[in-house]
Design a protein around this ligand. Sequence first.
Ligand code: S3P
Length: 425
Amino acid sequence: MRFNKANGLSGELTVPGDKSISHRSIMLGSIAKGTTAIRGFLQGADCLSSIACFRKMGVEIQNDGDLVTVKGLGLRGLKAPTDTLDVGNSGTTTRLMSGILAAQNFSCRVNGDASIQKRPMKRIMLPLSMMGANITSELGNDCAPLRITGSDLHGIAYDSPVASAQVKSAILFAGLYADGVTSVTEPAVSRNHTELMFESFGVDIKTEGRTATVHPASELYAQEIEVPGDISSAAYFIAAGLITPNSEITIKNVGINPTRDGILRVCEMMGANVKLEAKGGGVGEPIADITVSTTTLHGCEIGGNIIPTLIDEIPIIAIMAATAEGDTIIKDAAELKVKESNRIDVMVSNLSAMGASIEATDDGMIIHGGKPLHGAAIDSKLDHRIAMSFAVASLIADGETEILGSECVDISYPTFYRDLMKLVQ
Ligand code: S3P
C-alpha cells in the first residue's frame, strides 16, 4: 500500500477494543459457569484465533460483531480438540492458553504461523513445568509447535526474569487449577488485565507491589464485559496528531489503565499537547477521551519501570522521536527483539531508509531527532505495529512511502488505514 504526505489531520474516532482484554474475556468466559457477554470485542485476527481455539475445545461462542457471547463450560469442562489448536500470529493466545491447557484432562498440540514458531516459549514452559505441567516443544527448540498434556498442578512462588504479562498470566491461569497458592513476582509490573478480570470472575487474587498471588478456584462466574478502546491502537493517532502540521484529533473511549499508559507519560516528557477527559470505566480499567494537537516535540530518555507500560508503543514512539528536537534514548527494552518481529532492527532499518538518524543498542535504540523524513519502501516484516507506525511516518515524509505487507494490520486493527485516511485533510 502507498501513502503520501498529509496537510493536516482533524476529526474524532473510536479505536477498536483492547486486544489484551478481548483475549482474556474469551478465555475466562470459556472456563466460567454461565454465559459471558462481551461488547467492544476486538475483531482482529489475533483475538479471532482465541475464539477459534476455544471453539475447538467445545465452547459455544457466538460472534455477531457488536456482541460476542461465550457459553462457559466451567473450569473442568473443556473438551479434547480433534486437531491442532491454531493460534495464528498470536503470542497472547499461545502463552495464556498454555496455562489453561496444562491442567486439562487431555493432550493437545498448539501451533501457529511462521512468526509464532520463532517466538520464545521457554519463558512459559519453565514455570509451568515447575508447577507439574507436561509441556514440550515438538522440535526441541523451545518454540511452537507445543505438545501439552494436562496434569495435576502445584502452586509455586515464581520469580520471573522478565516483565511479561503473558508469562505472568500463563502462570496465574495455571494457578486456578493448582493444589495450592501460586504467586508471580516480576522485575517491573506488566499489564494487569488478567488480575483485574480474575477478580471480576470471582477468583481470589491479590496484588502487592510486583507480586500477584492467586488461590485455586472452584468455580468462575460469567460476566458482562465492556472492552475499552485499545490504547496501543490509539497510540498511532496520538502520534499522528502530534507530528503532522495543522492537526487536532480526539480519540474517544480509550482504556488508560496505569499499567498501559506509558505512552501518555512519554507524551508529557516530550512536551506534547495532549488533553484527557475522564469517562469512567470499570474498576482498574479507566477510560478517557484523548485530544492531541500538533506539537514540536523534544527528545527524552525512556527506560526502567515505564517500559512494560509502553512496550507495544515503542515503534510509534520511535517515529515521534525521529521528528523531535534532540536525542531520544530508549533502553531496558530488549524484549523488543522477541515480538512479532525484531522491533529494534526493523525500526532502525526502516527509519534509516526514510532518512532518520537512528542507531540500535543492545536493549533499545538512540534516535537523533529532527532530520527530515522522505518516502521509502518499508518492509513491515508482517508485523502489524511496524506497518501502522510507518503509515503514520508517511504523513510527514516527502514523496511516496510504500508499506510492504501492509495487510498485516488485520492482526490488531483491521480498519486502521480507513480510519486514518478519514482524518486526513
Ligand atoms: C500482552 C502482553 C505483552 C504485549 C502483547 C500483549 C498481553 O507481551 O506485548 O502485545 O496481552 O498480555 P509480553 O507479555 O510478552 O510483554
